[in-house]
Design a protein around this ligand. Structure first.
Ligand code: CTP
Length: 400
């Protein structure tokens, strides 16, 4: 999977830099063209000569070579790379990356790179657990950079715990499987809905719900990682897509979400509807703020269009439609009714009775029920991991 890829390997000043020799060797063996860029401190841990010999290319450390006047153009390097891997990534370099500092060639290449970025942290346990490092790692992941998680074990300090650089073999396996993943839904157009809808009562009030959009955004990111061309139609949500390729369309009300879905549905191969759409909307929206009265107050509501059901009615052969069911009682029976009524290929059931599942949580526990009423129940997982399970099921159905 790495054959012919242009890879920049950034090596930082950590004792774990000794592992980069094997990493370069494995990448070259896998057929990649490897350009090593070291931080000035990394050369104290492993010589550029070792990495240049293994990569068959001169190692770059500084912006320029004073003796020859040679300039190492970080912008060109950033454009050349199909992927940038920073391993080992020290706490210092992670902090620079997270904050846009570029006081050496590697951090300037990072800022210039347009390709996917992977970072494999290596540091002592306490540095790894420090809130500053946690924040930097979260920030980098929110930029769409992918972490190759450190392992647990004995650290150079003698402490035991998390912070050990992933083994070179694990890093290469991780990169290969990411590449493989990109082929799963390559070339397919998919549509995802996420978040709540807000139904206006007057210029300052609305009827909404607690959906955060986390699950839908995680699904959109996962589909993009699998190579799909993703349109994400989102109700009001503070979430951001980690995958830059996701095309986001913001809507507010159920009626706007319906219009956006209908506008894009015809050309989509897969549609995953995770939005918590309002079933009712005020029959009239007051043009002025409604003033308080002494007596009670009623709002007349009319039913919204069931978007998923509408799409189910228009579904053509080869299109795949997935719905969600968030239930509090008679969960499976309700989910099966929705699956059949809305003409779905499968439904993702989550129950508010499961601890850790539901709105605003970072975890979810799901059961997938398909057209043949085959049921697969998953463990409680992070929403990212749940998104992977759902998208893998989609990829399996698409690819037969
Ligand atoms: N859905 C939709 N349009 C609506 C209501 C729901 O597209 N107006 C979709 C949701 O995105 C979800 C599925 O239908 O994928 C089920 O939504 P849910 O709220 O659980 O079910 P409802 O059909 O609205 O039924 P109820 O509220 O009675 O459970």
């Amino acid at each position: 999977m790495l054959e012919g890829k242009n890879i920049i390997l950034g090596v930082c000043g950590s004792i774990a830099a000794y592992k980069s020799a094997l990493l370069v060797r494995l990448l070259v063996k896998a057929g990649a063209h490897v350009q090593v860029v070291m931080t000035p401190d990394a050369v104290n841990f492993i010589t550029p000569l070792t990495l240049a010999t293994l990569s068959k290319k001169p190692v770059l450390v500084n912006y320029y070579k004073t003796e020859t006047g040679e300039w190492h153009n970080h912008v060109e390097l950033g454009l050349w790379a199909d992927m940038l891997i920073i391993a080992p990534a020290t706490a210092n370099t992670l902090a620079k990356m997270a904050n846009g500092l570029c006081d050496n060639l590697l951090s300037a290449v990072y800022l210039s790179a347009k390709c996917p970025v992977y970072f494999a942290p290596a540091m002592d346990l306490d540095m790894w657990l420090h809130p500053a490092t946690r924040l930097n790692v979260d920030k980098l992941q929110s930029f769409g950079n992918v972490m190759i998680a450190p392992g647990n074990g004995e650290l150079a300090s003698g402490l035991y715990g998390e912070g050990r650089l992933a083994e070179p073999e694990e890093i290469v396996d991780f990169l290969s499987s990411e590449q493989k993943k990109k082929l799963l839904l390559a070339g397919h157009k998919v549509m995802v809905t996420a978040g709540p809808t807000y139904e206006a009562i007057d210029p300052v009030r609305f009827i909404g719900n607690h959906s955060s959009g986390k699950m839908g955004f995680a699904i959109a990111d996962e589909l993009a990682k699998m190579g799909a061309d993703v349109i994400l139609i989102s109700g009001p949500s503070a979430q951001v897509s980690k995958q830059k390729s996701v095309k986001r369309i913001d809507v507010t009300s159920a009626a706007q979400m319906l219009d956006a879905c209908l506008a894009h549905y015809k050309n989509t191969k897969v549609c995953i509807m995770s939005a918590a759409v309002a079933d009712y909307t005020p029959a009239h929206i007051a043009q002025q703020k409604i003033k308080k009265k002494d007596a009670g107050f009623n709002i007349e509501l009319t039913a919204t269009t069931d978007i998923l059901k509408t799409l189910g009615e228009q579904k053509t052969t080869g299109q795949l439609l997935v719905g969600f069911a968030l239930e509090t009682n008679d969960e499976e029976m309700n989910a099966i009714t929705k699956l059949q009524k809305k003409n779905l290929d499968f439904i993702v059931l989550n129950s508010l009775n499961d601890a850790g599942a539901g709105f605003r949580k970072d975890t979810n526990k799901i059961t997938i029920i398909d057209r043949d009423l085959q049921k697969t129940t998953f463990e409680l997982k992070s929403k990212d991991a749940v998104a992977y399970d759902i998208c893998l099921k989609v990829a399996q159905l698409i690819n037969g």
